[in-house]
Design a protein around this ligand. Sequence first.
Ligand SMILES: [Zn+2]
Length: 151
Amino acid sequence: MRLRPESRPIDTNDFKEFGPFFPEAVLTEARIVRASMPNPGFYFLARLLGIEGVLEMSTIGAITLVDVIAYSERIDRSTLFHELVHVVQYRALGLRTFARLYVTGFLSGGGYAGIPLEHQAYELEERFRRNPKTGFSVENDVRERLQAGRL
Ligand SMILES: [Zn+2]
């Protein structure tokens, strides 16, 4: 992927807002980039598993590859939160395991809704949206679900 050169760090306000939820290293290292790409992320993951071309995804608003968050139109704070959950997941699982779980979940669970990694990201995003001032550790949540075999 050639996204990093045009990417930017998380801006100061978001950085402060997300402090009670994410490790500082995640907020420091994550990069955001606006890019008009149909589905590069998913194809990238699928290619890793040798199933390139099998999956045709509908348009999506944003996608995260390791620590680069790409979005097509605009990205609001909740979506950014969601994508940062994926960054934490990548860090906990490693790229190959993340890709395997993501694609397996997609194929076995009826699309995006069946991907446990997405379940978690949507659930925590919702929790943040309801109580943006009540911090919790996304990293701990990821670790707990991983240990419980729920990812
Ligand atoms: Zn997601």
